[in-house]
Design a binder for this molecule. Structure first.
Ligand code: PGA
Length: 241
């Protein structure tokens, strides 16, 4: 694993942006795995900036987001579809057909999970998967206890995850109780992983991720077995690591 220590959130976002652009430039038809939450927002701002400066184009890029809430329409302000439109897709030249997220309002969620896996396969897999880490070690919405053999599936969100995400909703009751997420095996099949972490609230999670035992009780620990992981973390998040 490559660990890149940076000063702060801004530097993490800038370094992540260079890493993503280098990856895009290495492929004829790049496939990126994208994440939501607070962590990648700065990266997306940087990518938009580089696009405006004509340093990168997303015309040939296909993207697959990690997850989506169940039960929110795509145009709901709290859906990850909406987040991605607002924070990235509306501002770059990616084509709508190539920007994929699981459909959390599909009538048949199990079928939607299978379709999503098939779409990833058809694109020849993910070249670079961007990840954040939850306080409980979740990646995507793979909560503690998830099987390392899981593929895209429907999950019940942990109480701590709903509480952590309640800041985006009018109240805790409004946070959906389920989501569709890529599984651990889906994530592990990405050719490379870029994990971004910022802030002292994540110190313990980073320490467990880097040095802890590999266990389904702390899903991010599985990444220790991935051959191509880059962790970009700021000083606050790295703590003593
Ligand atoms: P955050 O979420 O970026 O909003 O901290 C990360 C995660 O829960 O995966």
């Amino acid at each position: 694993m490559d660990i890149i220590k940076v000063k702060d959130y801004q530097e993490m976002s800038e370094k992540a942006c260079s890493h993503v652009i280098n990856n895009i430039h290495r492929q004829d038809a790049p496939v990126l795995g994208l994440a939501t939450g607070s962590t990648p927002e700065g990266l997306y701002k940087q990518l938009i900036e580089k696009y405006r400066q004509k340093k990168v184009s997303f015309e040939q890029t296909t993207t697959f987001n990690l997850d989506e809430y169940v039960g929110l329409e795509n145009d709901d302000r709290n859906s990850y579809h909406y987040y991605m439109q607002e924070k990235l897709f509306n501002h770059i030249d990616i084509s709508a057909e190539k920007a994929n997220l699981p459909n959390g309002s599909a009538a048949d969620l199990e079928q939607e999970c299978r379709n999503y896996e098939a779409q990833i396969q058809q694109a020849n897999g993910i070249d670079l998967q961007i990840l954040g880490i939850g306080l409980n070690g979740h990646i995507g919405f793979n909560e503690p206890g998830v099987s390392f053999a899981s593929r895209t599936h429907v999950v019940d969100l942990a109480a701590s995850t709903r509480e952590a995400n309640a800041r985006f909703f009018p109240s805790l009751e409004d946070v959906p109780t389920q989501a569709i997420t890529m599984g651990i095996e889906t994530i592990m099949e990405s050719k490379a992983i870029l994990l971004l972490v910022s802030g002292k609230q994540k110190t313990e999670a980073v320490a467990r991720f880097v040095n802890g035992e590999i266990s389904e009780g702390f899903p991010a620990s599985v990444l220790q077995q991935h051959p191509q992981v880059t962790l970009i973390a700021d000083e606050a998040a790295l703590g003593e690591v």
